[in-house]
Design a protein around this ligand. Structure first.
Ligand SMILES: Cc1cc2nc3c(=O)[nH]c(=O)nc-3n(C[C@H](O)[C@H](O)[C@H](O)COP(=O)(O)O)c2cc1C
Length: 137
């Protein structure tokens, strides 16, 4: 199975989660800017949220996808508070007619005085378990 783990990260939180997911699946994690003409069985896509918006690079990456880019799509996200990045990516993908699996992963990310030290080791273990559980079937 050809699995692509793709992330957007300005500060490194989402990258850490993406790398934990990729390690668990014995593959590599790629930033949204590195991936062109995606063609895979499973896309695992993660991003963060900034001032209640997705980064433009995430939007550009989603815009580059079509119904043939990935057979299945799973989403994960980090933020200071809540699953916003996951909801926003899902809406963008819905808008393109690309279905998203319901099994998503949210991990709190440190920001200013919030979520100090997150993602931590426990978060990364949770991300690895999630990755193995979605790929298991
Ligand atoms: C400039 C900026 C704006 C942010 N705005 C929000 C926000 O509106 N809502 C939220 O929940 N988190 C917000 N955050 C927190 C980030 O989503 C969180 O720190 C995330 O883990 C960052 O991921 P990254 O390190 O991979 O870039 C913001 C962070 C930054 C740096």
């Amino acid at each position: 199975m050809n699995i692509a783990v793709v992330y957007q990260s300005r500060g490194g939180n989402t990258k850490k989660v993406a790398e934990a997911i990729a390690r668990a699946l014995h593959t590599a994690a790629w930033s949204v800017e590195e991936v062109k003409d995606l063609d895979c069985d499973v896309l695992i896509l993660g991003s963060a949220v900034y001032a209640a918006m997705l980064d433009k690079k995430t939007k550009r990456f989603i815009d580059s996808l079509d119904g043939t880019s990935a057979r299945r799509v799973f989403l994960f996200g980090t933020s200071a508070g809540g699953r916003k990045p996951i909801g926003m990516m899902k809406r963008a993908l819905d808008g393109k007619g690309i279905p998203v699996d319901e099994r998503t992963l949210y991990i709190p990310g440190s920001f200013a005085f919030m979520n100090k030290g997150r993602p931590n080791e426990e978060d990364l273990a949770k991300a690895a378990d999630w990755a193995k559980s979605i790929i298991k079937e």
